[in-house]
Design a protein around this ligand. Structure first.
Ligand code: BGC
Length: 723
């Protein structure tokens, strides 16, 4: 954001009037209305609350503005992660749309509703790159790719904040968790991370930088220790990279108690030590923990911290409050009834759910004919209003959810839908309930032309601290699918989940599979429209889908290694251990390739890529190259293809990934229609961090693909030459 001389002058003026205690108070964020909150506010002892809304928020703000000495308003934050009352698909699902407009609009809607509830600030977007689906928080981010995650994250920032943060319907965004949190060892939340700085800079930092370039107002420091240094005490990342290199002038908040958690990390001896480390690292506001309020004064007395550091932190906090216009408009004057679940909010959520669904298998079973006479709807997630909302939903209500069962009944007429859930919930092994259990689901299927099975993960299985060691569909759901298959009727699976799953056994049991993530409030109508062909699937996988959990981490932008397995042959080596054909990077018990590559997704049509051409074979440093492909809809229906651009730097001073995503476009074509799709790449887009941590584009040969996914496509070659 552009610095404003007026705001800076007002901050100086205010700082000059503040006592030390009032400054320290600004640096504390409290969760909920704790005992004695009023008195703490009155003496200027707190700057922010999270998880306070409505009338309570209004009253506490009144005390801050009218009864504290300087009248500095409080800022209210909350986790508005994928919608406030109108819930959008989980962020990973939004990333699957490969459509930043979807993320921007979802954030705009969430901001309107959250602002109407009196909130000023959300702790979103999460842009932690996740290469391990066991980690439950993979649901909250953009997946495994830094470019896609950065595009989606930046769009969310724009949606929440708009052009003017002080607009009553906008709220401040917070990019998190800085940094490396998604690399948690073993996919276990809060675990340690080791990331060499070259990898940090090429993979983990770019999405944060994209959000900062989009003007994000705040940033959250993470829980994890990164290369031995907890992220909330890490001056290298928070001061040198974020402030000095990137020039971030927003506010840094810790994660929940993460300053004091430097004690269990074994990095701080006690709360005082932790507070010193947090301030020294550049964490402006402490979330929940009381290390700052209890110890900063003593740390100043002892000369372990300087007043300039405290002033800098308070300056960042006041700047945020001024940018939000809180001094001019401390109270919420919006009418929530006009905002919550507004018709245009619901239609935006439905469109987002529609674009986030990924069609993974289709033997011609989908779309269903609208004249189909009877459909069996089974599975524990067909009518699970809370579960379809997904993780991190504090303000969405299950009773607002439009479930797939309700939507299919509405679309087809209740008499054409036979419902038998089969299992009471997604993790259940109780095959006999409710109402006849799996046997009843089989009966229903036998009476129908087709069965649609809504299976997957309930919402509880992803999100913070909700990690898994297995990537299957839990409980007896596989049994249910296998029993459905045995009926001989066509089986369609709609899988809801908060992560990528190992879908092999599911795929074997079904004729078609639509992966719907946790699709949110309007998931039902979106899915019904897709199943019935009123809409055409266009989502793509933002994460690689493994065949087995043992393949994890498995991601498309991996290094080639010395002995890559041949791309085109399924490799499970046979013969003696000395058979040289087996000496490649693979497993003995599972095909080394993913089940589905990053970027994969089918449509109800088919597309042909042809005639890939480049504007030049020799690209001079500092110039751009254009790649053009002819795209033809060779099928019988209008559909949207997500056309992807990848490159590979063949030889580097450090080894380079086998592919890197550099662009994507959603292209809608009618049956038989043809168009040219064009991408432009500058040599700066080919840069990476070398061993000296310089961002460089090295001359040499490159491959370029225009492709439907990371595992296929048309390839061309070009060479980058020095000028
Ligand atoms: C999470 C953050 C969240 C914060 C506030 C923490 O446990 O890690 O992502 O914003 O709580 O609720």
């Amino acid at each position: 954001m552009t610095p404003s001389p007026t705001i800076e002058a007002r901050i100086d003026d205010l700082l000059a009037q503040m006592t030390l205690d009032e400054k320290i108070g600004q640096m504390w964020q409290i969760s909920g209305k704790i005992d004695g909150a009023e008195e703490t506010i009155r003496r200027g002892g707190v700057g922010s609350f999270l998880n306070v809304e409505g009338d309570v928020a209004h009253e506490l703000q009144r005390i801050a503005v009218e009864e504290s000495r300087l009248g500095i308003p409080l800022i209210y934050g909350r986790d508005v992660i994928h919608g406030f009352r109108t819930i959008f698909p989980i962020p990973l699902g939004q990333a699957a749309s490969f459509n930043p407009d979807i993320a921007r609009e979802g954030a705009r809607v969430a901001a309107r509703e959250a602002a109407a509830a009196g909130l000023h600030w959300t702790f979103t977007p999460m842009v932690d790159i996740a290469r391990d689906p066991r980690w439950g928080r993979i649901a909250e981010g953009g997946g495994e790719d830094p470019y896609l995650t950065g595009r989606i994250g930046a769009a969310m920032v724009e949606g929440f904040q708009g052009d003017d943060l002080s607009h009553p319907e906008r709220i401040a965004a917070c990019v998190k968790h800085f940094v490396g949190y998604g690399a948690t060892e073993g996919g276990r939340d809060y675990n340690t991370t080791y990331i060499p700085e070259t990898l940090l800079r090429d993979i983990y930092l770019p999405p944060f930088k994209a959000c900062i370039d989009a003007g994000v107002a705040t940033l959250m420091s993470a829980f994890n220790d990164l290369n031995g240094v907890p992220a909330s005490g890490n001056a290298r990342t928070l001061r040198e990279i974020l402030r000095d290199e990137w020039g971030f002038d927003g506010m840094v908040v810790s994660d929940w108690n993460s300053v004091l958690e430097m004690i269990p990390h074994g990095f701080a001896a006690d709360a005082k030590d932790a507070a010193a480390l947090g301030v020294l690292a550049g964490v402006d506001m402490e979330m929940v923990g009381d290390g700052y309020v209890k110890h900063i004064a003593a740390l100043l007395d002892e000369g372990l911290l300087s007043l300039e550091m405290i002033d800098d932190a308070v300056r960042n906090i006041l700047r945020l409050k001024m940018r939000l216009g809180l001094f001019e408009r401390p109270y919420n004057d919006l009418d929530p009834s006009a905002m919550l679940l507004a018709p245009d909010h619901l239609s935006a959520a439905q469109r987002a759910a529609e674009e986030s669904c990924v069609l993974l298998k289709n033997e011609g079973t989908l779309p269903l004919s609208p004249t189909i006479s009877k459909v069996a709807v089974v599975g524990p997630l067909a009518d699970a209003p809370q579960d379809q909302l997904g993780c991190w939903v504090f303000d969405g209500h299950a009773e607002d959810s439009h479930t797939p069962l309700a939507a299919l009944r509405a679309a087809l007429g209740a008499e054409r839908v036979i419902y038998a859930p089969g299992l009471p919930h997604a993790r259940s092994y109780d095959e006999g309930s409710p109402a006849g259990g799996i046997a009843a689901a089989i009966d229903a299927t036998n009476q129908a032309d087709v069965v649609i099975a809504f299976v997957g993960e309930d919402a509880l299985l992803s999100g913070e601290a909700h990690c898994r060691a297995f990537l299957d569909i839990p409980g007896a759901q596989q049994r249910l699918l296998d029993a459905l298959k045995a009926t001989g009727k066509p089986v369609i699976a709609v899988v809801m989940a908060g992560r990528s799953l190992a879908l092999g056994p599911v795929l074997s049991a079904v004729n078609a599979l639509l992966f719907a993530w946790h699709p949110g409030t309007m998931g039902g109508p979106a899915i019904a429209d897709l199943l019935l062909g009123k809409a055409s699937p266009s989502g793509r996988l933002p994460v690689t889908f493994p065949r087995a959990v043992g393949q994890v981490p498995l991601y498309y932008n991996q290094k080639p290694g010395a002995r890559p397995a041949p791309a085109d042959a399924p490799i499970v080596p046979t013969g003696t251990p000395l058979d040289p054909s087996g000496f490649v990077t693979c497993y003995l018990d599972v095909d080394h390739r993913p089940q589905f590559p990053f970027g994969f997704g089918l449509t109800y049509s088919s597309f042909e890529y042809s005639n890939l051409r480049l504007s030049t074979q020799e690209l001079a440093m500092g110039e751009s190259i254009t790649a053009i492909v002819t795209l033809t809809n060779t099928g019988e229906r209008t559909a949207t293809e997500v056309v992807q651009l990848y490159v590979r730097d063949l030889v580097g001073s450090l080894t380079r990934p086998v592919r890197e995503l550099k662009g994507f476009q959603r292209v809608e074509l009618a049956a038989g229609e043809q168009t040219e799709v064009r991408f432009t790449l500058h040599t700066d887009d080919l840069a990476f961090h070398n061993a000296a941590l310089q961002l460089v584009t090295e001359p040499g040969d490159f491959h370029l693909w225009i492709a439907p996914d990371a595992g296929s496509g048309l390839r061309a070659e070009f060479t980058v030459v020095k000028k």
